[in-house]
Design a protein around this ligand. Structure first.
Ligand code: FEO
Length: 409
């Protein structure tokens, strides 16, 4: 079966989304070698119909064809925009050309963004609070304000009769969907998928919004909303693994630390990289696992994904033009944006003709809120056996300190 048409989610609910394997950088930032899906859902009641979210303009034609194969677009009564990011809204102006009677349903903050993004004079329904409902005829949509999942304008849409939550970006994943299905039950090795594609998506897109994930899940519980089906705006629709994906997102948001130390490093000519082997030995002697990343070979999102449950970090930087190596600086910037600083940290690096980078890196990490363990290890040229021994000792101390701090014995 090929993925060339709409897909049934349940009676009257169809996925009319698309897979994108052309975009190289999601949000212009995150590498997506396995693609991504933009999920859009058409809900058809006995009297009215609603489109929940749209897709990237890149896939406009395919999206419109899918909608058109199910319904005359002029019969769409509502276009519900759970938030305004263009990967879910940039096709809306074109849809409105065909569905000119449709009302755009969105939150108050989204209304401003909608006007600024698209300069359209559309009829709108601005949803305030958590009790607004729209009856499509046997299918009732309720809207739950869920700010920062993923932008401040975000709301979720709940299909009452089916207990189906359209959760916007929350609980989403990278990776295109398999041909012919959108359901989690059709994903081969769903645990691996959640621990890989969804975790990486969370790390890149959501790790700065961790507190809002916790708040939203609590709100859903407090509102006594049961979720039988979870339909995010990227990745599979969960009907079998609803609890499993929610538990994972909660564990990444809290987080639940394990005995590991992440070791991202830059290395121009292999001198700083020579520290890595003794660092691994030191971490393992402390009973932990070392996860290493050469930042010239691996994207920073991989580091962020591993950091979600790591209590410590050991960062290597050569000195580049009297500064921190740019690849390390990029990581530093992301750690700040994603507020991933509540951790123990150490610094190491080799230099050729000046050696400011490890000290500067340590200072900047401390400003971000990292707890510096030991002195930055800055070595001129090729590390000696004595230098490598110091690196091992530093790694062991950092691991022991962090594990003790987090009660990981
Ligand atoms: Fe998938 Fe925040 O958009």
């Amino acid at each position: 079966m090929i993925n060339d048409g709409p897909l049934r989610v349940s009676s009257g609910v169809h996925w009319v989304g698309v897979n994108d394997t052309e975009t190289k950088l999601f949000e212009g930032l995150w590498e997506i070698p396995e693609g991504v899906s933009y999920n859009s859902y058409l809900v058809i009641g006995s009297e009215k119909s609603a489109l929940i979210d749209s897709v990237s303009k890149l896939k406009e034609r395919e999206h419109l064809d899918k909608i058109g194969s199910l319904i005359n677009p002029s019969k769409i009564d509502y276009i519900i925009l759970n938030h305004m990011e263009p990967d879910h809204t940039s096709t809306v102006p074109k849809i409105l050309e065909f569905s000119s009677n449709a009302k755009v349903v969105l939150s108050p903050i989204a209304l401003n963004i909608f006007k600024n993004f698209y300069r359209l004079e559309s009829e709108t329904v601005v949803v305030k609070g958590d009790d607004v409902k729209i009856d499509l005829g046997g299918k009732t949509l309720r809207f739950i304000q869920s700010p920062w999942l993923h932008w401040p304008d975000t709301m979720c849409t709940y299909l009452v009769e089916e207990k189906m939550l359209f959760s916007c970006d929350a609980f989403g994943s990278f990776k295109r969907l398999p041909n012919g299905s959108v359901m989690d039950s059709d994903i081969e090795n769903i645990d691996q998928y959640m621990d890989g594609a969804s975790r990486k998506y969370f790390a890149g897109v959501f790790s700065g919004q961790r507190e809002w994930v916790l708040k939203a899940v609590k709100k859903i519980e407090d509102l006594d909303i049961e979720i039988r089906v979870l339909a995010p705006s990227h990745g599979p629709v969960y009907s079998v693994n609803v609890k499993e994906i929610i538990i994972r997102w909660l564990s990444w948001s809290r987080p639940n630390y394990v005995k590991k130390v992440v070791v991202p490093f830059g290395s121009m000519y292999g001198m700083t990289a020579k520290f890595v082997e003794p660092i691994i030995e030191g971490i393992e002697e402390a009973g932990g696992k070392a996860i290493t990343f050469n930042l010239s070979e691996k994207p920073p999102i991989d580091v962020l994904a591993e950091m979600l449950d790591a209590p410590a970090l050991l960062i290597g930087t050569p000195t580049y033009e009297r500064e921190i190596f740019p690849k390390v600086k990029q990581l530093l910037n992301l750690l700040e944006l994603k507020k991933l600083s509540d951790r123990s940290v150490g610094v190491f690096g080799s230099f050729g003709w000046s050696g400011e980078a490890p000290r500067k890196l340590a200072e900047q990490l401390a400003v971000l809120g990292f707890r510096l363990v030991g002195n930055p290890l800055a070595v001129i040229g090729r590390p000696t056996q004595e230098d490598l021994k110091k690196a091992k000792e530093l790694a062991k101390t950092i691991a022991e300190t962090a594990f003790l701090e987090r009660g990981l014995q």
